[in-house]
Design a protein around this ligand. Structure first.
Ligand code: ZN
Length: 352
């Protein structure tokens, strides 16, 4: 009898441990690679726009290097309030559209969203606990972006808003032409639109974590620019690591590619601006299944991978690299994103 009780307690503990890990291993990963490739296939002009945008990255990079040499970096900051910068270089007005308030048994409300957004701001600004616990090889490569995603306080009609809009349960916000996205969007040139649904692709699957498209004026013109995200993986609705998938999706919104895109190819390092994640300081990654627990962190070139990178699928999300931050700054200055953080727009959206 004692043995049986002991066994059942053990099984309960195992089940409990499995549940604790469940969000990470049960969730289907972000489909940004596929959906953006599909977008460029459907709209060649979008690919041309992206290529033109990327041709300017080297100018941003040179400018950042020069600013740091001159000690005039506008990105540096030492004044923090509540864990994030008091003087962000970029403020992005955000609206959350929430469809149903219970996602896989987890509640989505204002407090959960405010906390999730705050912690994503900490991630971007290098203020999370993990940022100071980086694999030593990446200590000098890690970087942060002095940006704040801030809930809008004035809506498109000029009325006060919390920046969070609740709708009846719906699904499919991860599908390109989602009617919810089209019907409910706020001007994409003034607000970053985040859609919280449980079933992102309207296929009955409720464990897709999130998805986002890179900057594209065609999508912004049509009200389709977005991050779509599962409320079950928002902030305190999941574990401390997995909630950074929201940070990952925001990275896509600012033009970042997965670190494992295209896998690892010998010789590709010479073409690092045109292959993989197109950032030369991010080592190629054989596959998304590379974490220390997966049997090693060396890529096909024998290099240590940045397994803690926000744009990987990591068990310990911690950092962006310098080239990734440069790429995001370039994305912020693209015509699909630059109006968001303009001084006049921050006034118009009550985000200043
Ligand atoms: Zn992704």
């Amino acid at each position: 009898m004692i043995k049986k009780i002991s066994l059942s307690i053990s099984l309960a503990l195992i089940a409990s441990a499995a549940n604790a890990k469940q969000p990470e291993f049960a969730a289907d990963h972000c489909k940004a690679t596929q959906i953006n490739a599909q977008h460029y296939q459907n709209f060649p002009s979008a690919l041309e726009e992206a290529n033109l945008r990327h041709s300017k990255i080297k100018i941003v990079k040179e400018s950042r290097i020069q600013s740091k040499l001159n000690g005039k970096s506008s990105e540096s900051n030492s004044d923090y309030v509540m864990g994030i910068s008091a003087t962000p270089s970029y403020i992005i007005p955000v609206v959350f559209h929430v469809y149903g308030t219970v996602h896989n048994g987890r509640t989505v409300n204002d407090a959960v969203i405010i906390d999730a957004l705050h912690r994503t701001n900490e991630d971007f600004q290098g203020q999370s606990a993990d940022f100071s616990d980086i694999d030593p090889e990446f200590e000098n490569l890690k970087d942060s972006l002095n940006i704040e995603f801030r809930l809008a306080s004035i809506d498109p009609s000029g009325a006060p808003t919390s920046g969070i809009v609740y709708h009846p349960v719906s699904s499919g916000a991860g599908n390109y032409s989602s009617s919810d996205v089209k019907n409910d969007h706020w001007d994409n040139y003034k607000y970053m639109n985040v859609y919280i649904q449980n079933d992102l692709y309207a296929d009955g699957v409720t464990n897709n974590s999130g998805v986002a498209w890179y900057p594209d004026t065609g999508m912004s013109d049509d009200g389709l620019a977005r991050v779509a995200y599962n409320g079950a993986y928002l902030g305190s609705n999941t574990d401390e690591n997995f909630r950074s998938v929201l940070t990952h999706e925001f990275g896509h919104f600012l033009d970042l590619i997965h670190t494992f895109e295209g896998g690892c190819k010998r010789g590709a390092a010479k073409r690092c601006t045109s292959t993989g994640d197109k950032n030369c300081d991010t080592p190629q990654q054989n596959s998304w299944q590379m974490n220390p627990g997966d049997g090693g962190v060396l890529n096909c070139m024998g290099e240590t991978i940045n397994w803690q990178n926000f744009m990987a699928y990591s068990d310990q999300y911690a950092n962006y690299t310098q080239d990734q931050v440069t790429r995001m700054i370039n994305g912020l200055n693209s015509s699909a994103r630059s109006t968001l953080w303009s001084a006049s727009n921050l006034v118009a959206t009550g985000s200043e």
